[in-house]
Design a protein around this ligand. Structure first.
Ligand SMILES: Nc1ncnc2c1ncn2[C@@H]1O[C@H](COP(=O)(O)OP(=O)(O)OP(=O)(O)O)[C@@H](O)[C@H]1O
Ligand SMILES: [Mg+2]
Length: 247
């Protein structure tokens, strides 16, 4: 995934301002930054949901900003998006939510059932396939959203605050799924997170979105040792996080 000199403004106010980013294949990149700095906007530009005012977005050598719709569609099929609120369809069971991308692609029904049940098992939700979103917990909904976003084995997965509002144990489960997507599915991941402990666990690199750019890019080790004021403002607000890093 590559962004080149991306700029975006809303109502005359610049949100992204010449942002450059390169995420190597098969690695996880965490975007941190204060509220309203443009993290969600960045993810939307990465998947073609939002067009930049200037600059370019590339996935696997295919330019996706303003690309012809057929190319965009093909590239989007190789991309999963885990939305902040899970964004499940309320009247469909967990199983049918996860099955959506497969059915859209025309996969035969018995095959759909087999793949979906296997995936639900992998995310620890084998028993709740028949339940609708209101009948399961927030952490379960996030895992259903994750299962749906990765059901087509995408090459790139974008996660918008996948653990916000979850307890530490559930957070850990989601972190493990994000790591698993990288290690077992070989997916490249871009994760927006406010949770420093999660960022250190799942990220190969951590970038601070600041003044419309991602100029501060650090490994987890560099991040906890950094004296950069923008990084410090995050670490000092959650001093326990640095010590909570796990292997
Ligand atoms: N479609 C839109 N129309 C107008 N303004 C928008 C739109 N999308 C985002 N913005 C503005 O762009 C800025 C960045 O929004 P964004 O959602 O990317 O923030 P964020 O970094 O994800 O914040 P948070 O951590 O609160 O989710 C905000 O000021 C927001 O109001
Ligand atoms: Mg956001």
């Amino acid at each position: 995934m590559r962004l080149k000199s991306v700029s975006k403004e809303f109502g005359g106010r610049a949100v992204l301002n010449g942002l450059d980013l390169e995420v190597p294949r098969g690695t996880n990149f965490v975007i941190m930054g204060h509220s309203g700095t443009g993290k969600s906007v960045t993810l939307k530009i990465m998947c073609g949901l939002l067009a930049p005012d200037a600059g370019e977005a590339w996935i696997d050598g295919v330019r996706i900003d303003g690309a012809a719709s057929r190319d965009l569609r093909r590239t989007r099929e190789r991309l999963g998006f885990v939305f902040q609120g899970a964004a499940l369809i309320a009247w469909l069971s967990a199983r049918d939510n996860v099955a959506l991308p497969l059915r859209e692609r025309g996969v035969a029904e018995p095959e759909v059932r087999r793949i979906v049940d296997e995936r639900l098992r992998e995310v620890g939700l084998a028993d709740i396939g028949d339940k609708v979103p209101t009948e399961i917990s927030g952490g379960m909904r996030k895992r259903v959203g994750f299962a749906r976003a990765t059901i087509l084995r995408p090459a790139l997965v974008l996660y918008d605050e996948p653990t916000t509002g979850l307890d530490p144990v559930t957070t850990r489960t989601i972190d493990d799924l994000i790591i698993d997507a990288r290690d077992r599915l070989g997916a490249t991941g871009v994760i927006v997170s406010h949770d420093i402990a999660s960022a250190l666990r799942v990220g190969d690199h951590i970038g601070m979105l600041h003044e419309g750019r991602l100029d501060i890019v650090l490994t987890p080790d560099e991040f906890v040792a950094s004296s950069h004021p923008v990084v410090r403002s995050f670490l000092d607000a959650a001093p326990a996080a640095a010590g909570r890093r796990s292997p």
